[in-house]
Design a protein around this ligand. Sequence first.
Ligand SMILES: *[C@@H]1O[C@H](CO)[C@@H](O)[C@H](O)[C@H]1NC(C)=O
Ligand SMILES: *[C@@H]1O[C@H](CO)[C@@H](O)[C@H](O)[C@H]1NC(C)=O
Ligand SMILES: *[C@@H]1O[C@H](CO)[C@@H](O)[C@H](O)[C@H]1NC(C)=O
Ligand SMILES: *[C@@H]1O[C@H](CO)[C@@H](O)[C@H](O)[C@H]1NC(C)=O
Length: 328
Amino acid sequence: MSYSCIKRLNSLLILYIISAYCLEHSEQSTESGYYPTIGILSTPIEKRDAQSNSKYSMFISGTYVKHIESAGIRPVPIWNNSTYKEIDLIMSKINGLYLIGGKTLLVAKNDDGSLKYSKYMKKVIYMIKKAIKKNDNGEYFSIFGTCLGLEVLFIYAANEYILESFNSTRYRSNLIFSEDAPFSKILKNADPKMLNFMAKANITFENHGKGISPATYLKYPNLQKMFKPIAYSRDRQGNLNIVLAEGNKYPFYGLMFHPEKPAYEFFFSTISHDFRAIEIGQYFARFFAEELKKNPKRFIYEEEYIEYSLQKYDTIYLHNPYEIVYLA
Ligand SMILES: *[C@@H]1O[C@H](CO)[C@@H](O)[C@H](O)[C@H]1NC(C)=O
Ligand SMILES: *[C@@H]1O[C@H](CO)[C@@H](O)[C@H](O)[C@H]1NC(C)=O
Ligand SMILES: *[C@@H]1O[C@H](CO)[C@@H](O)[C@H](O)[C@H]1NC(C)=O
Ligand SMILES: *[C@@H]1O[C@H](CO)[C@@H](O)[C@H](O)[C@H]1NC(C)=O
């Protein structure tokens, strides 16, 4: 056989292997609908965002969207003007909820000085109750709350506005793990090197002025019944607050720090873009996906997903502090 002939045979063989490989994959792709979905509740628009475009009134930060998409989760928006009926319908399609961070009024004062929940908070409470009911009926339906998301989960559990002030805006810190951390669902499979890094490297980014101290946590039996602290951190004055928590009975998780920002956000100079900080984000995104996959509901047809997809909404580039945001 001539050299060129052998070469041709070789490339034919490679071609065959490649096409066999592709075929195998296209056979599997009859399951193309096999991706998890998450509902992301929009936050009411902030003033600075409204100024950039007044025809919109609700937004979803693209950072959270990229974060979950990095683990193959597809986003479904739940705009905060949705009716309860619309929320019921969306929640019957998705695998879990993502309560994202943002600045939103949670409580307002009644005329007599007592506090009442805002419209936004009432909607979140409705969704949490619905998620609890689903789990009680045997459906594995998870909730991930970040920053504001952890706060609303804790307020719901305590059934009282329990937030205190902390000095943790645009702030980097270390995690202090609780005695439950090694046995927790959210950390038990984490690489010990990653955990050590989170404990020592001053790398987790926080951006909040409110939070829940361990002392307050101990005052609310219903909160203790529902959530256990997995990690704490100290704010600028050294005060401890709960920055990672997980549900005792339900697959609900709260994060006060922002694992989603290192890979996708560049506005605050205190966000680390160290690979190890990015890997922490990838770890949590993957954990979310694994939890969501335990819920078996899937969109079978792409057309159906498109109907609910976040991708059909407008985006703008803000860089203040989110890079892009989705708007409605
Ligand atoms: C939704 O957000 C818009 C824009 O901030 C706000 O005007 C409206 O009151 C919110 N609706 C609910 C039901 O929370
Ligand atoms: C937060 O901490 C910084 C640095 O310690 C301090 O200068 C600032 O006054 C603190 N802010 C509040 C609201 O306590
Ligand atoms: C943690 O990082 C921040 C931001 O880079 C820095 O201001 C702070 O001093 C660091 N804290 C410690 C304890 O190293
Ligand atoms: C919510 O807002 C969107 C975008 O402005 C609009 O298309 C939709 O009809 C509104 N839904 C309700 C229930 O008001």
